[in-house]
Structure formats: C-alpha cells, structure tokens
Write a protein that binds this ligand. Structure first.
Ligand SMILES: O=C(N[C@@H](O)C(=O)O)c1ccccc1
Length: 328
C-alpha cells in the first residue's frame, strides 16, 4: 500500500501558457504514453438547449461535422500544439481516454457513438453505436459520455450515458460482454443506480472502475470484472454534481464538481481524495480565470493534474506545490 503524501497541495502552474489555447468547449482530456496532454474539444459547435429534441435526436446534423481539428496533442510544458487531428469526424465531442498503446477512445453525444482512433491514423479502428440513432440495446448508446480501458484484459467500458444509466463492458475488438446499472428510482439513490454516469476511471492496481455519478453528486466504484458495487465516495463539499474523476497510481483519486444548487454556496472546485478511505486530502481552484463548468480531469503519474472546462473553453495545469514543510 503506497504511503500517501498527506500534505500535498495542488496549485495552478501559472507559467503554463495552455490556459490561453484557442479551443472550443473542452469536453475531454487525457495524457498519452509520452505524457503529452491531449485535448478533445468542440471547435465551433456547442451543446446547448437546442442541440437535441426530446427523444435525444441531434438537431444540427445539417451543419455537418466540426471541420477544425478536435483532437490536439499539446506539449505538457510549453503547451505548444504538437499534433492536431479529428477533423470532419465529430459533431459533439464528449469523452476522451488514451490506452497504454496510445490509441484514443472517444465518445460523441450527437452521434451516440464510441470510436477507437489510432494516434497516427485518421480512419477510426473501431466504431460502436449507430450514427445519430439513440437507443438502449447492445448496438445503440444514448449520449455516451466516456470510455475506460482495462490495461490487463484490454476490455473496455462505456459509460452510457446521459439518456441511459448503465456501464457496458466490451472485449478489445468491441464484442459486448456484460452491463450493469439502472436509473435512479428515488431521491435515495441506491448502489448501482445512476443519474448521468458522466466519467470513468480505472483503478488498475485494484481491479476497480470508478464512475462520476454526476447528478447524484457522488463517485461509485465497482469491481471491473463483475460490475459488483464496492463503495461510494460522497461529500457535502461535492455539492450537487460530480463531473469527472481521474486516478493516477499512488492512491489519490481526483475529481471535479459542478455548479451547486441555486443559492448554495458550495464552490466549483477540484478535489484530491484518498482513494482507500474516501477522505478529501485537498481542494483546488485556478489562479487565472475561473472554473465555469470543469468537464474533465486528467492526472499524471508525477502529480500533475489538468482540468478542462466546457464553458470557460479553457484548460488549466495544476502541480503539487513545493510548500515548505516543517521537518520534525
Ligand atoms: O450537461 C450539459 N452539457 C455538458 O454536460 C456538456 O456540454 O457536455 C447540457 C445540459 C442541458 C443542455 C445543454 C447542455
């Protein structure tokens, strides 16, 4: 069991120019095997009240896919854009996950599809779901939000989604294996019930998968293989919504929350959580600009954490501060 560095404090790296990158709504962030930051954003498309009809069918199909690059590979220190791809493929980008082979796994809530895209190739290696067709069987998703890839088995999980309440498990080549989850039936959410499973993260050293159960304002963790509920993490400081989670080996689970209930003063902030007992180790907010809708979080092995915001259209970098400690 790793010894947790209990007095780590995260501060925005205000030398990082990436906070001024010209991007649209930032929906997904991930780190690639070379520790570059990869940003998945919506260019000139936005998700607003007019984007979908009441059957979750995307209404702006006519404007075509986003023409600019939606996937940017960014230098973690200089924030220079090293590579930009993903043109003319997506309508409303959402989740981004990078597996240990460097493949990008993305979801598009307008297409209701999940894509595996090789870092070097343009044409997707795998496409799941039926373009523009929401559904809840094994071949359809409804606004799928995120993917997580089990590094041991290569199986992958899909958080499905805004208009379904399930986690689906597939084999490496996209064959359906099993699913779990149901919609929340009362205002006392039970284990395995979801109200927008919004973000996934593998706790690979424990064989667990954790889910940001967004509108239930909690994190639920499950045995990845069986979907069996293990635990939930919930704090008053989370407020109403938990948008995203990210785990980096070392025992710390990172999360970002959402806007509080009207009139509630709970700040929008990032959290460092002790994964094993759920305690809040630290909270953090940007020094430059403000969190508006922090939408994804990506934690690196070196303690660096990135947060992408789908309303501020910004990406912040946070680093463990070298706050001098009394050495007793
Ligand atoms: O949640 C929403 N959006 C974000 O999650 C996102 O942009 O991914 C949303 C909800 C209602 C209307 C419009 C947008």
């Amino acid at each position: 069991e790793e010894v947790l560095n209990q007095d780590v404090h995260l501060e925005e790296d205000t030398d990082w120019p990436g906070v001024n990158l010209k991007v649209g709504q930032v929906s997904g962030l991930a780190l690639d095997p070379k520790n570059n930051l990869v940003i998945f954003h919506r260019g000139d498309h936005v998700w607003d009240e007019n984007s979908f009809d009441r059957n979750f069918v995307y209404q702006q199909r006519g404007i075509g896919p986003i023409q600019e690059s939606t996937i940017l590979v960014v230098d973690p220190n200089t924030s220079k854009v090293l590579k930009s791809t993903g043109q003319n493929l997506f309508f409303l980008p959402h989740g981004l996950t990078i597996d240990r082979d460097g493949n990008y796994w993305v979801t598009d809530v307008a297409l209701h599809q999940v894509f595996k895209v090789g870092a070097e190739k343009e044409t997707p290696l795998l496409v799941l779901g039926r373009a523009f067709q929401p559904g809840s069987d094994r071949k359809h998703f409804c606004q799928p939000t995120d993917v997580a890839v089990d590094p041991i088995t290569g199986n992958f999980f899909v958080a499905d989604g805004y208009c379904n309440s399930r986690i689906m498990q597939f084999s490496p080549n996209g064959m359906f294996i099993m699913q779990w989850g149901e919609e929340t039936s009362s205002n006392l959410p039970r284990p395995g019930q979801f109200r927008i499973p919004h973000s996934l993260t593998m706790i690979s050293d424990q064989g667990q998968l954790c889910v940001a159960d967004r509108e239930n304002g909690r994190i639920q963790c499950f045995h990845a293989k069986t979907g069996e509920f293990v635990k939930q993490i919930k704090h008053q400081e989370f407020g109403r919504e938990v948008f995203a989670v990210s785990y980096a080996p070392g025992g710390v689970l990172y999360a970002v929350n959402g806007k509080p209930y009207y009139g509630d003063s709970t700040p929008v902030q990032g959290f460092m959580l002790n994964f094993s007992n759920g305690d809040i180790l630290d909270t953090f907010i940007p020094a430059r600009k403000n969190f508006e809708m922090p939408h994804d979080i990506a934690a690196g092995d070196d303690g660096t954490v990135y947060v992408g915001d789908a309303h501020a259209n910004a990406v912040w970098k946070f680093s463990p501060s070298k706050a001098e400690h009394r050495s007793v």
